[in-house]
Design a protein around this ligand. Structure first.
Ligand SMILES: Nc1nc2c(c(=O)[nH]1)N[C@H]1C(S)=C(S)[C@@H](COP(=O)(O)OP(=O)(O)OC[C@H]3O[C@@H](n4cnc5c(=O)[nH]c(N)nc54)[C@H](O)[C@@H]3O)O[C@H]1N2
Ligand SMILES: Nc1nc2c(c(=O)[nH]1)N[C@H]1C(S)=C(S)[C@@H](COP(=O)(O)OP(=O)(O)OC[C@H]3O[C@@H](n4cnc5c(=O)[nH]c(N)nc54)[C@H](O)[C@@H]3O)O[C@H]1N2
Ligand SMILES: [Mo]
Length: 770
C-alpha cells in the first residue's frame, strides 16, 4: 500500500549515530529499495517501473548519469538509489490545487525541504499573483501569455535568465535553447555550472573536448583505476558493479578521498550469491586519505616520482613517442614537476611519503590507467588546475586514446551531458550557433550569457528580472542561500517547470508560476501518438527513453510541449521555427537535431539502434586533440592547496545516502552511520581534542570569507550536532543543501566559476552563543 504524505512537518533533530559501515549495498539495500518504492508507488506501479528501469525498451534512470553496459544489461539494471529516484517521481501522492488552497506560501516556506518533497507530484499549473498569499490555479494558455507579456516588456532580452537542471531530455533541451536564442539571449545557467564545469574547462584546454574519454568496457579492461573525489557507493552505485568486474580482471583500484566511503572500501553486489551471504569484495586496494584540496599537490608529486623513475630506467615510464607526436607544453610541465618539493606535497595532502611512492609505483607498473573523479575535485578553487594536473599525469604515460586508459569525469544528473550537447550553455561555440541560425533563419546572440553565479549577481543587482527554470531547485542548489533568495525576490516573475514541490516555489518574484511537467517515467502522448525522448550518459552514449506510467494528472504537459506553446505565445504563429509541428512529433525534433548538432547526423535512425550510439570523441577515437595548439596540452601553473587557518576547519558540503541533490529521500545516511537527522557536522578526533569540543555537542557553524574589499564576512547555520568521524585533521564535512547558506557567492573556482562547495573556512561555536 502507498503511504500518505506526512501532514506535520518532519522533525530532523532526532538523531542517532551508530558509526560508519565498511561496505555498500547488499541485502539491506534491496530491502530499502522495495520499502521506499512501495510506500510511494504501491505494489503494482513498483513492479511496472522497476522492471523497465534502464532496459532497452524502458526508461532511463532519472538518478545518475552512469551508463548501462552495452550488450550486457542485467534483468535488474538499477540500484537502491536509482529505485529511490524513481519512487520519488512515480509516487502516487499528489499536490493539488486544494493543497495550495490549504497552505499559504508563508506556511510552506516554514516547512523542511524533506516535507515539501514528500507531498508528491504537482498536478496543476498554479500562479502566485502579485500580493497574493496563496497559489491559485491558472489555465495553461493564460500562463504562457503571462510569461510572454513579461518577457516582451523587458528593455532587453538579456534581462531574462533561463536555468536548466540536468534531467531535461535532449529534445526538450534543444527546443528550449532554440526558444531562448530566438528570443535573443544566451543567459542559460545550468546545474553543470555548479557541478562538472571545472572538468569541462580543464579538459577542453588539455585535450580539446570537455567530455570523458572512456567507456564501461575500458574500465573493465583497465589495470589501474584512480578514483578521486567521488563517492560512488552512494552517488553512482552501478559503477560499483563495473569496478568489481574490473577487479575480477585484475585491476588495482586506488581511492583518493578525505573520507573512508563505504562503497570505495567494500561492495556487496545484491545480484550475486557472495553479495547476499558473504562479506563482499574489497573495491579499493589502496585508500589515500587526502586533505581537502590536496589533490593537485598529490598529482604533481606523483609526476615528479615518474620523472625520477624514468631517469633511472630511461624510456620505460614517460611515453616519449606519444608526447612527441601528440602533445604540447611538455618541457614546462617537466620543469614544474621536477621542481615540486616533497615537504609541500606531504603538507598539502596529509599523506605519507610511502603512500605517495606506492601510488607512483602503481602508475609505473600500469599499462592501462583510468582516472575517475567527481565533485571532490571540481568544487575547489583550483578545480580546473587540479584536473589538468591529473590529465598531465595520464598524458605523460600515453594513457589517452587507447583501450583501457583515459579520463573519466563521472557526471551527476542523468542528462546533464546531453543538455550541453544540445546547446544549453551560456557560451556555445560559433559553429553550433551558425548551424542553428541557418537551419531556422534566426540570429542567435553571440554575446556570452550569465552562468549560475553571474545570474544570481545580475538578479541581485537588478540587471535581470524574469527567471525561468526548466527543472531543478535553484534556490537550494546554489551557494549563498540568502543572496539567492534576495536575487529571486527582486524579480518581477519567476517560473518553475517542475515535477515536485520544492523551496524554489516558495521564494519567488513578485508573480510566480509553477508549471507541472511529465517526468522520465511518464507516458508522453502528442499529436502523432506516443513519444520517445533521448538522453546522453556520462560516456557519450545517446539512447532512447520511454516512459510508460499514467501521469499524475491530465493537466501535466511535457517539457517539449511547454517550450513550444510558450514560444508560440512569445513569437506568434508565423515564426520561422515551426513550433506546433515540432511538438506534435518528436521525430521531427530529432531531424533538426541531426542537421544542427555535431555528431548527431542521422539521429532518428542511430538512436533507435539497440543500445543507441556513441558521440564522436577525437582523443578517444583517433588520438586527435582539437585544442588551440592542435595537440594535447600539458597545462601547468602555480601549485595550489588549501591551508586550515588556526582554530578553524575546512568544511566540505556533500550528499548523504538518502537524498538526490536538494531532494531529501529520508533522514538516514546508512553508510556513514547517521540516522534520523541531517544537521550534523563530521569532525576528526584530533580537532575535537584541540578545540575542546566533544562528539554530540550542538554547535553553530560560522563561515568566514574575506571579500574583495578586505572586509571579513560571516555566515551562520545553527544547531548542528558534532559527529566524531574519520577525516584528516583540519577538515570537516556536512550535508548540502543545509549548509549552502555558508558558501559565499564570490567563492568560486578559477576559470570555471563553479562555487567552491568543498572548501569553506568555518569555525564551530556552541549553539545559541550568538
Ligand atoms: N543517490 C544520489 N546520486 C547522485 C546524486 C545524489 O544527490 N544522490 N547527485 C548526482 C549529482 S548531480 C552529482 S554531481 C554526483 C555527485 O557525486 P559525488 O561527487 O560523489 O558527490 P558528493 O557527495 O559531493 O561527494 C564528493 C566526494 O568527494 C570527496 N571529496 C570532497 N572534497 C575532496 C577533495 O578535496 N579531494 C578529494 N580527493 N576528495 C574530496 C568527499 O569526501 C566525497 O566522497 O552524484 C549524482 N548522483
Ligand atoms: N553546497 C553544495 N551545493 C551544491 C552541490 C554540492 O555538492 N554542495 N552540488 C551541486 C551540483 S553537482 C548540482 S548538479 C546542483 C543540482 O541542482 P538542481 O539540478 O537545480 O537540483 P535538484 O535537486 O537536482 O532539482 C530537484 C528538482 O527538480 C525537479 N525535477 C525533477 N525531475 C524533473 C524533470 O524531469 N523535469 C523537470 N522540469 N523538473 C524535474 C523537481 O521539482 C525537484 O524538486 O546542486 C549543486 N549545489
Ligand atoms: Mo551534479
Amino acid at each position: 500500500m502507498t503511504r500518505k504524505a506526512p501532514s506535520h512537518d518532519i522533525d530532523e533533530t532526532d538523531l542517532v549515530v551508530t558509526g560508519p559501515k565498511d561496505h555498500a549495498a547488499g541485502v539491506k539495500a534491496v530491502a530499502i529499495t522495495m520499502q521506499r518504492a512501495v510506500e510511494q508507488m504501491g505494489a503494482v506501479r513498483t513492479a511496472q517501473t522497476l522492471t523497465r528501469l534502464n532496459q532497452r525498451h524502458g526508461f532511463d534512470c532519472p538518478g545518475c548519469a552512469w551508463p548501462e553496459n552495452p550488450g550486457h544489461r542485467k534483468p535488474a539494471e538499477f540500484c537502491e538509489n536509482g529505485a529511490k529516484a524513481v519512487a520519488e517521481e512515480a509516487t502516487r501522492r499528489t499536490v493539488t490545487p486544494e493543497f495550495f488552497a490549504a497552505h499559504s506560501v508563508a506556511e510552506l516556506a516554514g516547512k523542511t525541504d524533506y516535507w515539501l518533497g514528500q507531498q508528491g507530484r504537482l498536478t496543476h499549473p498554479m500562479v502566485l499573483r502579485d500580493g497574493a498569499t496563496h497559489y491559485t490555479p491558472i489555465e495553461w494558455d493564460e500562463a504562457y501569455r503571462l510569461i510572454a507579456d513579461e518577457l516582451r516588456a523587458l528593455s532587453s532580452p538579456d534581462e531574462s535568465v533561463f536555468y536548466t537542471s540536468g534531467r531535461t531530455s535532449n529534445e526538450a533541451a534543444f527546443l528550449y535553447q532554440l526558444m531562448i536564442r530566438s528570443f535573443g539571449t544566451n543567459n542559460m545557467p545550468d546545474c553543470s555550472n555548479m557541478c562538472h564545469e571545472s572538468s569541462g574547462s580543464a579538459l577542453s584546454e588539455s585535450i580539446g573536448i570537455g567530455k570523458g574519454s572512456v567507456t564501461v568496457p575500458d574500465l573493465e579492461f583497465a589495470d589501474l583505476i584512480l578514483i578521486a573525489g567521488q563517492n560512488p557507493g552512494t552517488n553512482h552505485p552501478r559503477m560499483l558493479s563495473t569496478l568489481r568486474a574490473a577487479k575480477r580482471n585484475g585491476a588495482r583500484i586506488i581511492a583518493v578521498n578525505p573520507l573512508p566511503e563505504a562503497g570505495l572500501l567494500r561492495f556487496k553486489d545484491p545480484q550475486t550469491v557472495d553479495g547476499v551471504v558473504g562479506d563482499g569484495v574489497e573495491i579499493a586496494d589502496d585508500f589515500l586519505q587526502i586533505r581537502l584540496g590536496g589533490d593537485m599537490a598529490l598529482f604533481r608529486g606523483l609526476a615528479r616520482l615518474l620523472f625520477e623513475a624514468d631517469d633511472a630506467a630511461p624510456g620505460t615510464v614517460v611515453d616519449r613517442a606519444f608526447v612527441a607526436e601528440h602533445c604540447a607544453g611538455f618541457d614546462e610541465f617537466e620543469k614544474s614537476a621536477r621542481a615540486v618539493d616533497f615537504d609541500t606535497v606531504l603538507e598539502a595532502t596529509g599523506l605519507t611519503i610511502e603512500q605517495v611512492r606506492g601510488t607512483a609505483d602503481a602508475l609505473i607498473a600500469s599499462d592501462r590507467t583510468i582516472a575517475c573523479w567527481a565533485m571532490g575535485l571540481t568544487q575547489q578553487t583550483h578545480g580546473v588546475a587540479t584536473i589538468q594536473e591529473l590529465t598531465n599525469l595520464l598524458l605523460m604515460r600515453g594513457m589517452m586514446g587507447k583501450p583501457g586508459a583515459g579520463v573519466c569525469p563521472v557526471r551527476g544528473h542523468s542528462n546533464v551531458q546531453g543538455d550541453r550537447t544540445m546547446g544549453i550553455w551560456e557560451k556555445m561555440p560559433e559553429r553550433f550557433l551558425a548551424a542553428l541560425d541557418s537551419e531556422f533563419g534566426i540570429t542567435s546572440p553571440r554575446k556570452h550569457g550569465y552562468d549560475t553565479v553571474d545570474a544570481i549577481r545580475a538578479m541581485r543587482d537588478g540587471h535581470a528580472s524574469v527567471f525561468m527554470a526548466m527543472g531543478g531547485n535553484f534556490l537550494r542548489a546554489t551557494p549563498d542561500t540568502d543572496a539567492t533568495e534576495d536575487a529571486l525576490r527582486r524579480c518581477s516573475l519567476t517560473v518553475q517547470v517542475s515535477t515536485k514541490l520544492n523551496r524554489s516555489h516558495v521564494v519567488t518574484g513578485r508573480t510566480a508560476l509553477i508549471l507541472p511537467t511529465l517526468g522520465r517515467t511518464d507516458k508522453d502522448v502528442q499529436a502523432s501518438g506516443k513519444q520517445l525522448v533521448s538522453v546522453e550518459d556520462s560516456m557519450s552514449m545517446v539512447h532512447l527513453s520511454r516512459g510508460s506510467l499514467t501521469p499524475a494528472s491530465e493537466h501535466l504537459r511535457s517539457e517539449v510541449a511547454i517550450v513550444c506553446r510558450l514560444a508560440e505565445a512569445l513569437f506568434g504563429a508565423d515564426h520561422s521555427v515551426p513550433w506546433a509541428t515540432l511538438s506534435g512529433n518528436y521525430d521531427l525534433i530529432r531531424d533538426v537535431i541531426s542537421r544542427v548538432v555535431p555528431g548527431c547526423e542521422n539521429y532518428n535512425e542511430r538512436v533507435r539502434q539497440p543500445d543507441g550510439f556513441q558521440l564522436p570523441h577525437p582523443p578517444r577515437d583517433r588520438r586527435e586533440f582539437p585544442t588551440h595548439t592542435g595537440k594535447a596540452n600539458f597545462v601547468t601553473g602555480e601549485l595550489q592547496w588549501v591551508r586550515t587557518p588556526p582554530g578553524r576547519l575546512i568544511l566540505q558540503t556533500m550528499r548523504s545516502h538518502d537524498q538526490y541533490n536538494t531532494t531529501i529521500y529520508g533522514l538516514d545516511d546508512r553508510y556513514r552511520g547517521v540516522k534520523g537527522g541531517r544537521r550534523v557536522v563530521f569532525v576528526s578526533a584530533a580537532d575535537l581534542a584541540e578545540q575542546g569540543l566533544v562528539d554530540g555537542a550542538l554547535v553553530d557553524v560560522v563561515s568566514e570569507w574575506t571579500a574583495a574589499d578586505g572586509t571579513v564576512e560571516e555566515r551562520r547555520v545553527r544547531g548542528f550536532r558534532i559527529v566524531e568521524y574519520s577525516t584528516p585533521k583540519g577538515n570537516a564535512a556536512a550535508y548540502y543543501p543545509e549548509t549552502n547558506p555558508l558558501i559565499p557567492l564570490d567563492h568560486v573556482a578559477a576559470k570555471s566559476n563553479t562555487p567552491v562547495s568543498k572548501a569553506v573556512v568555518v569555525r564551530l561555536e556552541p549553539a545559541g552563543s550568538n
